[in-house]
Structures are given as C-alpha cells and as structure tokens.
Design a protein around this ligand. Sequence first.
Ligand SMILES: Nc1nc2c(ncn2[C@@H]2O[C@H](COP(=O)(O)OP(=O)(O)OP(=O)(O)O)[C@@H](O)[C@H]2O)c(=O)[nH]1
Ligand SMILES: [Mg+2]
Length: 456
Amino acid sequence: MASGPIMLVPMCLVENKNEQFSVNQKALKILNKISQPVVVVAIVGLYRTGKSYLMNCLAREKLGFPLGSTVQSETKGIWMWCVPHPSKPSHTLVLLDTEGLGDVEKGDPKNDSWIFALAVLLSSMFVYNSMNTINHDALEKLHYVAELTELIRAKSSPVSNGVEDSTEFVSFFPDFIWTVRDFTLELKLNGRPITEDEYLENALKLIPGVNPKLKNSNILRECIRHFFPKRKCFVFDRPTNDKELLAHVEDILESQLDPKFRKQSDNFCSYIYTHAKTKTLREGVKVTGNRLGPLVVTYVDTILQTDKALTQREKALAAEQAMKEAAEKEQAWLRQKYQEQQQQIEAQHRSIQENIVQLREKLEREREDVLREQTRILEHKIKIQEDLLNEGFKKKSEEMEAEINRLRNLIETTEKEKTPWISRTLDHLATEASAILSVPAKLVDKGLRWLGSLFK
Ligand SMILES: Nc1nc2c(ncn2[C@@H]2O[C@H](COP(=O)(O)OP(=O)(O)OP(=O)(O)O)[C@@H](O)[C@H]2O)c(=O)[nH]1
Ligand SMILES: [Mg+2]
C-alpha cells in the first residue's frame, strides 16, 4: 500500500483568517493520499514560547515550522507536517503546530478555545507548552478543554460515511505531556528530589480549603486529571544563555546549544517516538491519513456551527444587555432630574419663607408707623384742646373732643386689628406658596415673580 507523499515543508491545515476557520484543501489532498496509520502530535500553549522550535526538533529538522524572533506571534491557525515515523515502520508522524494562545493582538478569545479544542480532538499525543513553572496561571489556561470539548461533543452529529461517530470522540482523548521551557528551579519537594512527573502531579494535587477561588482551581485540577489520565512532564533548560543566539535558535549549530537542553530535548523526542500512539477512534478504529482529513473537516464544521450559534446567542445577549443598560440610564436620568427639581423646589420654598418673613416685618413696620403717626396727631390735638381750654375757649375745646375720640377709636382699631390683618395676609401668602410648590418648577418661577411683585 502506498504510504503517500513525504512533505518537505509544513503546510497550513486549518486556516484562521480574520478569526474564521477554514480547512486548506491542498493539505486535505495530501492527507487523502496517506494510507498509513497516523501518530498525531499536537502542541499548544501561549504564544512566543518556543512551540514551533520544539516541533522542528521532533521532525529532526532545523528548519520547518517557521519561527519568529519578534514579539509578534508567528504561527497562525494549525500547521501540519507529515513525516515518516522515525521508529514505527509503516506509520506516518503527523506534527500539528498551533497558533499561540493569548495573543494580545487577537480580538476574540473564543478563537483560542477552538484552536485548543481542535488540537485535543485531532491528536493522539497532546503537548501543552508553558514557560518557567507550572503555576496557577498556566494551569488556568488549560481550563478551555473541559468546557469546549464538552460543547463540541454536545453539538456534533454522527458523520454518515462511517469514518466515526463524532459524539464519542471525547472518550479518545490524547495522552498528555506538559513541557516546561526555561525551567530554572530545582526539582525538589520538601527537601527531597522529585521527578518531572512528580512535579506535575504535585501541581495537580487538590488543595484543601473551602474558599470559592480555591474550589474553582480544584475543579480545574480534577478536570485535567479526568480528561488526561495518562500524563507526563518534561522540563527544559534554556537552549542557550546567549540572548542573540536564542533569538535565532534555529540557525545555530547543535554544539552551540546548552548540553542539558540537548539531552532534555532528546529525551522528549525519544519518549514521543516510543510512546505516542496511533490515533484511534471508537472501538479502536485506527485513523489513517485519509481518515484524518474528513475528521478535520467534521470538527471544523462543527466548530463553525457552534461558533455561529454562540455568536448569535452572544449578540442576542448583547442586545438585551444594551436595552437593559439604556433603560437603566433613562431611569438614572429621570431620578437625577427629579432630584434636581426637588432641590430647586426646596430652594424656592426656602426663598418664599424668607420672603414671607421679610413681608411680615415690612407690614409690622408700616403698621407701627401708622400708629405712631396717629398717636402723634392725637397728642397734638389734645395739646391744642388743652391750650384752648386754658385760653378760655371752652366751647371750641369741647368741639374738639369728638375729633379726639374718633382718633382714639381709630388708634384702638388699628391696634386691635394688628393680628387678624397680618395673619390674613400671611395665611393667604402661605396658601399661594404651597399651591405654587405643588406645580412643576417652571410654574414655581412664575409664582415667585408674582410674589416678588408684592414687595415693589
Ligand atoms: N527563551 C527561549 N526561547 C526560545 C526557546 N525555543 C525557541 N525560542 C525562541 O523563541 C522565539 C519564538 O520561538 P517559536 O518556536 O517561534 O515560538 P512559538 O511558541 O511557536 O511562537 P508563536 O508561533 O508565535 O506562538 C524564537 O526567537 C526562538 O528562537 C526556548 O526554549 N526558550
Ligand atoms: Mg509557532
């Protein structure tokens, strides 16, 4: 049976343009010609962490998957390189290099999740690559797998050509390797040397405690252990400590690499050559190159449908949220307007009260002036009456008595009427003021102007 063409260079298998996935037909044609069973190794991890370089090591080539030396991510989508398996005759080693996760230039984080899910679904050996240590952050990044593969499983429909029943694929999860790059710590736990695998297992141990954050991170640890029962860990030193050389590590001689790194990458590669299994499906159906192609198409189609459904749901939720926010804003605006109006009314109320006080004082002063004037006239008249009497004009003096009595009555009336007259006026004002306060602020202003006219 023909084994299929040997690829001299890698090729893009799943394109990710404008955050839209599509399968490259040329790559499918290549897969279609491969009748050998395939061992599929996929690498996933944060961008710019040496993934492509490690995949080239696995292909035993210096140049292959392109590396970049800048801060910008290099690999886009999922790239494939089919090479003869170095230790399994009649098998093809399919290396899948993926776009780095967490690229700040990317718009939709869902896109990362799909890449992650595709790599899990297509591979028989899944390599998760991270830098420096296995810490909480690195663990959290693995979280996608739990939700996303579940999601795809729920959405997938069986494919009719008998290639596989895709609803069952989760039970064929790949073996798992965690590669820790630029590892500078000592592999020791409580003073005792530990293996790399023990280091990983220790990081996945559940931590006792009840706080919600801890609970979540424990769920995540359980998920990883559940989905990847077969786990392995490899730590790597820096390939070289020379910064210049590191930036172009693909160009340097083997002898320029740190011997420890060389040993570590040799160990990693030989473990994969020996232990990575043939990709299998339900009931142990072995996947050949020409079966892998339709699998890729099925998974990408499923992802596209799910993504569309999610996007529509997100859009509907976003529209609902926007309406809710608009209603809330309107309510807040109305509340603020109401508050402003209340404050305005209160200020006007205060001003009316002050005006009433002023008016009361003014009226009081006027009444006192009138009284004073009347008293002055009365005294004057009494004086004249006395003078008339003294000068013997008795008759004239008696005639004045009536006038003096009328004046006395008038003064008495003015004094008596003090309370009713002022309080009547003020009562009237108070009634007008409260009527004004119960109408909108615009009218209040009008009312105030009327009140102001009383003082002119
Ligand atoms: N510090 C360090 N740098 C490395 C290592 N391996 C490769 N590099 C350098 O890191 C840069 C990125 O390497 P790549 O292999 O392209 O990294 P990548 O993870 O594939 O990057 P993306 O495809 O953008 O996600 C290059 O300049 C490499 O020379 C490593 O183990 N440690
Ligand atoms: Mg890369």
